[in-house]
Design a protein around this ligand. Structure first.
Ligand code: NAP
Length: 292
């Protein structure tokens, strides 16, 4: 029930109608019986500055940030965490001492399955990351945080790849990072202990596409981990091909859930976040509730 005292959370983006965040956050809020509500807030890029001032004026507690505002929001914040600074993108904003503070919880979301279910010593391992967009930045930072010996990023545009590499130049991440054009993929796949798809290739409705062909995938090591950031369909063709080679498959749903859990911990200032409720709400919303 919305009351006169209901506290406001939300997600800013444009468009924002596709966002799954309201589903999982409102499920958590209802489970915890808190007087909060999490709203979709469509904000066109030219209105970002005035909208952020408005959110402060109506005492919003915090908000998620999605495309196209993840970088544009940075100059409008009083502080950003070193993690968000390193990634160059903010996905979570909270109000602290009457100021906006930004962070990035995608990295926490990405590494969660690798730190829990598939925990191991990564210091001798090689990560190969497909794509060099926004999500790839969180994945690179996450692989560095886990201690990977080598991080290889594969992209289709040489100029963008060079910019990507250059952006990490002053960071320790740059020491372990190498970038490659797509034609080097065949050589990189046999080396990969972790192969991550951060491109949208294979995402619904293009469910028959894969960034790695079935032939290329035959060179993946037995026991390697294939991680697709896409969560619809489940599994993607990329994960199906990898599983056929005896690889471990991780889809993007847990990353989505865990970045949301990390954001709620910040906004609510409490650690007991009902992660199962959030995961279940998403699975139900996506029509996955009867599948394991
Ligand atoms: P983005 O910034 O647009 O980056 C997409 C990357 O994929 C770019 O490097 C792009 O290359 C590359 N790409 C796109 N189409 C390609 C193609 N046909 N062939 C080769 N490369 C291609 O998007 P993003 O925000 O990083 O998101 C990427 C994916 O991750 C989306 O599917 C998104 O849903 C998913 N994601 C999931 C989560 C989660 O919580 N599970 C979180 C964030 C993102 P160019 O730079 O050359 O265009």
């Amino acid at each position: 029930m919305i009351t006169g005292k209901t506290k406001l959370l939300g997600v800013i983006g444009y468009p924002v109608g596709h966002s799954l965040s309201p589903v999982m956050h409102n499920a958590a809020i209802a489970h915890l019986a808190l007087d909060y509500v999490y709203l979709p807030l469509p904000i066109e890029p030219q209105n970002l500055e005035v909208a952020i001032a408005g959110l402060a004026a109506v005492d919003v507690v915090g908000f998620s940030v999605t495309i196209p505002h993840k970088q544009a929001i940075i100059p409008l914040l009083s502080e950003i965490t070193p993690l968000a600074q390193a990634i160059g993108a903010v996905n979570t904003v909270s109000r602290k001492n009457n100021q906006w503070e930004g962070t990035n919880t995608d990295i926490v979301g990405f590494i969660h399955p690798l730190q829990t279910t598939y925990k191991q010593d990564w210091s001798q391992k090689i990560a190969v990351i497909l794509g060099n967009g926004g999500a790839a930045r969180a994945v690179v930072a996450g692989c560095h945080q886990l201690g990977f010996a080598e991080i290889h990023v594969v992209g289709r545009n040489l100029e963008k790849l060079k910019d990507f590499q250059q952006s990490w130049e002053d960071s320790p991440i740059g020491d372990t990072l190498q970038v490659h054009t797509w034609d080097k993929l065949t050589q990189l796949i046999p080396q990969a202990d972790l192969l991550v798809n951060t491109t949208p290739i294979g995402m619904y409705p293009n469910v028959d596409d894969s960034p790695v062909s079935v032939d290329e995938m035959t060179n993946l090591q037995l026991g390697a981990i294939a991680y697709d950031l896409i969560y619809i369909p489940q599994p993607t063709k990329f994960l199906q091909y990898a599983q056929q080679q005896g690889a471990i498959a991780i889809d993007g749903l847990e990353m989505l859930v865990q970045q949301g859990v990390a954001a709620l911990k910040i906004w609510l200032q409490q650690d007991n976040i009902p992660v199962d409720v959030m995961r279940q709400a998403l699975r139900q919303h996506l029509g996955l509730e009867n599948r394991c």
